[in-house]
Design a binder for this molecule. Structure first.
Ligand SMILES: Cc1ncc(COP(=O)(O)O)c(C=O)c1O
Ligand SMILES: N[C@@H](CCCC[NH3+])C(=O)O
Length: 385
């Protein structure tokens, strides 16, 4: 249930805060696990999307693995009780300290992002006589048809090993005894809503896999990363993303070898719709251009997506009533980009009204900062109200 169902309780609380619908979260995770399970696929939760302790506990309870991008994320996953054997570590620039820690935990796999990283992991693994399992993160040069700031798999990107370097990577594996290739990894971008993109991507993966077969390299795992998008415009229309369509198109297009396992690293699609940022209106005014402005107590420090990517989040009033009119909804931070919406349609807004910014469970609290020395946003959970 969305925050609206809890308005009476929420009105008594200090704002701003993230509200999490724990039932929707559990239902979303169960659906993802069930749909992936139909094909024996393994989903690793991309912890970067939200590392709130109750979210992580729900992830563990649902039986997902974890996808980490820093040593601290690997540590949090381990300390939260997630299995090391289900952790993938996919940072574009892993430090020696982070690699040593993950080696010590014997994680499932390192997703390696450069030729040099292969050498470094090999050297660090040799220090303690270990052999690290690795997957090559290959940049497949697929257009994800999403926002340019969240596209990761095109030719001119900092991510992954370019497909032109695969030959060299394979040659280097032969002289690096402390790493063992177990798979290939990809991640083409985030907030992808066009299923055809995933189909095209799988066709490319098939070609790349065929090349490995021709080199006599057996790949135990294929890791397709994450990227499944959610409906920011209409959060109530389809609160649970189309996991059936997503895993279905992969199943129809991806060519797997006997005994091979397929892995995913989903973040946004698992947690976005269960989170909302609830904020109180502090002031209203009109600017010289005639625009009505609602100044709220949440800012870009709590939810940076609109400022960073011009991302759209639906904004609703929990307490106002009447005909809708356009408002600029802006925060208190001293930056002109601290605006959640230029023209949110809301009933007449008054000081003290509660607004909710929807679809904020992914890359919301996780990207919060203390700029302007603001407090970090708190969390409120539906099952604790
Ligand atoms: C390597 C990798 N895996 C997984 C994810 C999770 O992506 P999403 O939240 O779009 O599912 C990301 C973030 O885009 C990523 O960079
Ligand atoms: N943080 C981004 C997505 C980046 C995902 C990480 N590769 C967002 O809010 O949409």
């Amino acid at each position: 249930m969305s925050a609206r169902q809890y308005t009476d309780q929420l009105q008594k609380l200090d704002t701003p805060f993230y509200f999490y619908d724990m039932q929707l979260l559990a239902d979303t995770l169960a659906k993802a696990v069930a749909e992936a399970g139909k094909y024996g696929y393994k989903v690793h939760y991309a912890l970067k999307a939200n590392f709130d302790p109750r979210i992580v506990a729900a992830i563990r309870k649902a039986g997902l693995g974890v996808d980490c991008v820093s040593g601290n994320e690997v540590r949090l996953a381990i300390e939260s009780g997630c299995l090391a054997s289900e952790i993938v570590f996919a940072g574009v620039a892993k430090s020696d300290k982070e690699i040593r820690y993950a080696l010590g935990q014997d994680i499932f796999s390192f997703n390696c992002e450069s030729l040099q990283e292969l050498e470094v992991i090999n050297a660090l693994a040799a220090e303690t006589g270990r052999t690290a399992r690795i997957a090559l993160r290959i940049n497949p040069d697929v257009d994800p048809r999403t926002h340019k700031h969240i596209s990761t798999g095109q030719a001119d990107s900092k991510f992954g090993i370019s497909y032109t370097e695969i030959n060299e990577a394979i040659r280097s594996l032969n002289r690096l005894p402390n790493i063992r290739i177990v798979g290939i990894h990809f991640h083409i971008g985030s907030q992808i809503t066009d299923m055809e993109v995933f189909g095209n991507f799988c066709v490319k993966v098939n070609k790349i896999q065929q090349w490995f077969v021709e080199q006599g390299i057996e790949l135990k795992h294929l890791n397709l990363g994450g990227g499944l998008g959610v409906g920011y415009n209409d959060p109530d229309g389809k609160p649970i993303p189309d996991f059936a369509g997503y895993f279905g198109i992969v199943n129809r297009t991806l060519e797997t070898k006997p005994g091979q396992t397929v892995h995913f690293e989903l973040g946004r699609s698992l947690v976005a719709q269960s989170g909302e940022l609830v904020t109180r209106v502090l002031y209203t005014k009109q600017n010289a251009a005639g625009r009505q402005i609602a100044l709220v107590d949440a800012g870009m420090t709590d939810l940076i997506r609109p400022a960073l990517y011009q991302a759209h989040h639906k904004i609703e009033s929990l307490t106002g009533q009447g005909p809708l009119q356009p408002y600029m909804v802006a925060g208190p931070v001293c930056e002109s980009s601290d605006v959640f919406a230029k023209e949110a349609l809301l009933p007449e807004v008054k000081r003290g009204d509660l607004l909710t910014i929807r679809t904020a469970g992914a890359y919301g609290s996780a990207m919060a900062s203390r700029y302007n020395l603001r407090d970090l946003p708190r969390s409120v959970y539906s099952d604790e109200l």
